[in-house]
Design a protein around this ligand. Structure first.
Ligand code: PMP
Ligand code: GLN
Length: 383
């Protein structure tokens, strides 16, 4: 075929850094502190519930927006933990991971020429989704070491064409948790300029000595916010790919229109299992949170024995670590040499920045790993 086959909109798209680094970890037989997923299993009782669902014939298509019992459980926990009211029938859509919730939300609202504000470092699917929708990503930097943003820079990034701000808190890759004050600044600008806010809260329950505040709880925000989360993080089962989008009815209806043509419906037995899992959230969460707090501290302490300087995360399961001066050309050089020579895979975060160079002096490390993997992985950062 002579004619160019691929669509223009995918011209700028390469392979995700997570897939690239996991592949290298396998190739070089390296410890994988790169891609964000637990290397231990989620609860057995959730797996048993999925099997029960399969055995009782829950194996055909679910309703497109998801089974009602799961949507009700999500609505209940949003009320219980955040005092947010989402109508289970009309305002919650179950998707193939948070990834699909983000994609379907961006496709539902962004069209050719619309500008979308992203904080950098960003989760890599955001700019790609915006570009797929024909939109234009605009970047606002989170500056280290505390990853704060400049409110002026944010306001200056807003133009007549701006349609949406994408927020992620707790934040991947920095571990930042946006404060109430920061959320109020974003909210005030969103209201003033009549913008939508798409908030990715997949690490909502992974906070350490800090509080996760959904931006939808800030006055005037509920009607303009689309909130996204995922069972992959909350129950440590990323491979089951069950996520969800929550928004007021008008917005949710638009997202559902896209969702029906992307996946139509997602895995039925897993939805049943997670409906049960959410019903046990209050008894499950304390142990889960302690597990990750201990892993975070283990990695931070282990890092102190190396020349890499960990930046204490307040949320998520990632630590950004400063690369020792003069040892490497940049983060990509460090990540490449570490996986090949030291047999430890990390993520070079410069790929999550479009404006600032700040990512070039850090590496992202994932601590959702067995204690042995954490200790051996961090030991491998020594020279
Ligand atoms: N958003 C963020 C910030 C993430 O870190 C991830 C996955 N690690 C996702 C979305 C995707 O979630 P899911 O696996 O449920 O698609
Ligand atoms: N979100 C995971 C991370 O940050 C990776 C998910 C993926 O590979 N798509 O590492």
């Amino acid at each position: 075929m002579k004619r160019k086959k691929t669509a223009e909109r995918i011209a700028s798209m390469g392979t995700s850094i997570f897939a690239t680094m996991s592949k290298m970890a396998l190739e070089y037989n390296a410890i994988n502190l790169g891609q964000g997923f637990p290397d231990f299993d989620g609860p057995l009782w959730i797996m048993e519930e999925a099997f029960n669902a399969m055995k009782s014939g829950k194996n055909q298509y679910a309703p497109s927006p998801g089974i009602i019992s799961l949507r009700k459980e999500i609505s209940n926990y949003q009320k219980k933990y955040y005092d947010l009211d989402f109508d289970a029938e009309k305002e919650i859509i179950i998707t193939a991971g948070a990834t699909e919730a983000l994609y379907s939300s961006i496709m539902a609202f962004i069209q050719e020429g619309d500008e979308v504000i992203l904080f950098e470092p960003y989760y890599d699917s955001y700019p790609s989704n915006v570009i797929l929708a024909g939109g234009i990503p605009k970047f606002v930097t989170l500056y280290k070491p505390d990853f704060h943003f400049d409110a002026n820079e944010l306001e200056m990034a807003i133009t007549e064409k701006t349609k949406m701000i994408i927020l992620n808190s707790p934040h991947n890759p920095t571990g930042k948790v946006f404060t109430k004050n920061e959320l109020e600044i974003i909210a005030q600008l969103a209201i003033k300029h009549d913008l939508l806010v798409l908030t990715d809260e997949v690490y909502e329950f992974l906070t350490y000595n800090s509080e996760h505040i959904p931006i939808a709880t800030i006055k005037g925000m509920k009607e303009r916010t689309i909130s996204v989360s995922s069972t992959g993080k909350t129950f440590g089962m990323t491979g089951w790919k069950i996520g969800y989008a929550m928004a007021s009815e008008g917005l949710a209806t638009a997202i559902q229109k896209v969702h029906q043509w992307v996946t139509f419906a997602v895995n039925t037995p897993a939805q049943h299992a997670f409906a049960y899992a959410f019903s046990r959230l209050p008894e499950y969460l304390p142990e889960f949170r302690t597990l990750y707090l201990n892993k975070r501290n283990l990695m931070l302490n282990a890092l102190m024995e190396t020349e890499f300087k960990g930046i204490t995360p307040l949320g998520s399961y990632f630590i950004m670590a400063e690369i020792p001066n003069g040892k490497f050309l940049n983060d990509v050089d460090a990540a490449t040499r570490l996986v090949k020579e030291n047999k430890v895979a990390t993520i070079p975060p410069s790929v999550f920045y479009s404006k600032s160079d700040e990512g070039m002096t850090m590496l992202r490390l994932c601590f959702a790993k067995s204690d042995n993997t954490i200790i051996n992985g961090i030991n491998s950062l020594k020279f």
